[in-house]
Design a protein around this ligand. Sequence first.
Ligand code: G3P
Length: 218
Amino acid sequence: MKFFVDTADIAEIRDLAESGLLDGVTTNPTLVAKAGRDFTEILKDICDVVDGPVSAEVTATDAKGMIEEGEKLARIADNITVKVPLTIDGLKACRHLTGNGTMVNVTLCFSAVQALMAAKAGATFISPFVGRLDDISQDGMQLIQDIRQIYDNYDSFTTEILVASIRNPVHVLKAALIGADVCTIPPSTLRQLVKHPLTDAGLQAFLADWAKTGQKIG
Ligand code: G3P
């Protein structure tokens, strides 16, 4: 499973990239607004640090406008993935942009048939939002399961399932058990994945016992 980080904060991205665990980045207009910097500058900085796909979302709502914005964004760096919303215009733009060799992430997916449409439009990634479904008492992970089954039914589909709107480590665990291709994870949740109280307690005990030996390695 690939790990993308869901942020436009370059300091966070630099820090996480050093771990070697980062396969890509996703941004959205909300995250860009939060970062409070120029969008193009943010994207250039991120692409300097991360080699994998970096999602940059269009803000036009018609296909022509999305294509124009997508082509501009794609010129920033080879690893820019243009993010388009799951609308008819978004799917038209997706087909056009992927046809020209640009990676496209179709976002705001909340149903399995929407994911089927995105695969038919040649999307590189489909982004189902699990947390936002859970928020309204629907089962976000069931959606991932359904999309996995549909995509596995057809060899011609190459779209990768990019689980988005992740809120906790259990979302990542369940996505991995289902066999999703990618999780895009907020920085704080990404750091939580490595934590376990028994690891911390065990390490403390080992270090205390080692100190008693008075030895040093090397
Ligand atoms: O980038 C899409 C996404 O992951 C949104 O997450 O927490 O705003 O639902 P959230």
